[in-house]
Design a protein around this ligand. Structure first.
Ligand SMILES: NC(=O)c1ccc[n+]([C@@H]2O[C@H](COP(=O)([O-])OP(=O)(O)OC[C@H]3O[C@@H](n4cnc5c(N)ncnc54)[C@H](O)[C@@H]3O)[C@@H](O)[C@H]2O)c1
Length: 355
């Protein structure tokens, strides 16, 4: 029972309809001119926020894209300066929150996040910026959003496919948190509760995308899993997804969904207690022989998510290169990186076999 727990200051407003508290939350930040960020697809949501804020909305920047290109970050920073913005509101998924973080990194501007996916970036001090085709990530407390408004009503429009993969992306944070070298009992509680909430919610959303209770459950799980991501170190699974996303330009949530069962299978024997907790949180009973790896694969497969890297555009000829990149940096992982086993992992993920 030796651990370090580092509480990170962030205020969370949760619940259906909680967007109504936006103006109050902006006041509490001491802000008067908010720059609102979104992707082009979510421009209407950003405008809705601007209408809600009235004179406290300084402008809308709707060019957030995946992986935060430095050029986009610079444009958004310049606009924030020009408008005299004293806070940024990021409405959307991890890409939009990531753009907010890039502004905060440079200016210290407080961020208020309104997440509409389950990626969890709003709970972490981790940022990523892509320059010259290379995504650099780092940690800085300045980029952690000061306030997050989780309003499940805003996630109702998230397409079912992305809801399932984004939810499994969240589960991946919690699963790796359970075998992190710097884990602690509080994060373990949050991880198990987060996985359980998402394991309940995703099948219900798959059946009925408008199920309000399931949407709330999923967002609650996303909050917990995002908090785990922000507090303890990730391992093999996240490194593999970073490699595949960055070097082969594959979609973030889908890659997480496909790789997770295989990363868990790789670590199964080296982290048996964590695997038991993951399986239990996924609803596997003690008498059932299903492993955590199999249960995550089943969750994806039974809810219409892709299970193979081949189905999302990776070429079989890329597998050796992916394995080489993944072997380059050694990092904390329950089981050491072994080339032959890792190459087999990539093959299984490519083919989409059940572990
Ligand atoms: N720094 C961190 O801690 C952290 C954590 C998780 C993810 N990320 C980053 O976030 C990015 C992925 O984020 P993501 O998976 O949330 O995807 P995303 O933000 O790229 O969103 C995917 C698409 O879904 C749309 N969308 C989002 N919410 C919607 C809604 N409710 N209704 C309709 N459309 C909606 C977006 O506009 C976008 O077009 C990656 O770049 C990843 O590296 C960072």
């Amino acid at each position: 029972m030796n651990f370090t727990y580092n509480g990170q200051p962030s205020r969370v407003i949760f619940g259906a309809g909680s967007l109504q508290h936006l103006a109050r939350e902006i006041d509490l930040l001491g802000a008067k001119r908010a720059l609102i960020l979104s992707t082009p697809e979510q421009r209407a949501s950003a405008e809705m926020i601007a209408d809600l804020l009235g004179s406290k909305a300084a402008g809308v920047f709707d060019r957030a894209v995946m992986h935060v290109p430095i050029e986009t970050a610079r444009e958004a920073r310049e606009l924030a300066n020009k408008l005299g913005a004293d806070c940024a509101i990021a409405i959307g998924g991890g890409s939009t929150t990531g753009l907010g973080k890039a502004i905060a990194l440079d200016s210290g501007l407080p961020i208020l996040a309104i997440p509409t996916t389950y990626a969890g970036s709003e709970m972490t001090p981790i940022y990523g910026i892509t320059e010259g085709g290379v995504k650099k990530t780092g940690k800085d407390p300045r980029v952690l959003p000061r306030t997050t408004i989780y309003d499940p009503d805003l996630s109702m429009s998230l397409p079912v496919g992305l809801s399932v993969t984004s939810g499994i992306n969240a589960i991946a944070h919690a699963a790796e948190g359970l075998y992190a070298v710097d884990s602690n009992p509080i994060m373990d509680l949050m991880a198990c509760e987060g996985i359980a909430a998402l394991a309940r919610a995703l099948p219900a959303i798959y059946k009925n995308a408008s199920d309000k209770a399931a949407r709330a459950d999923a967002l609650y799980g996303a909050w917990l899993c995002g908090t785990v991501l922000g507090n303890v170190g990730m391992a093999l699974h996240h490194k593999l997804c970073h490699t595949l996303g960055g070097s082969f330009n594959l979609p973030h949530a889908e890659v997480h969904t496909i790789v997770l069962p295989h990363a868990l299978a790789y670590n199964q024997a080296a982290a048996p207690q964590a695997m038991q907790k993951i399986a239990k949180a996924l609803g596997v009973s003690e008498s059932n022989q299903t492993t955590a790896a199999q249960a995550t694969w089943d969750l994806a497969y039974n809810n219409g998510a892709p299970t193979s890297l081949s189905s999302i555009g990776l070429q079989e000829s890329d597998l050796d290169k992916a394995c080489d990149i993944a072997m380059q940096n050694q990092y904390a992982n329950p089981r050491p990186l072994e080339r032959v086993a890792l190459r087999a992992l990539f093959q299984d993920a490519f083919e989409g076999v059940r572990p």
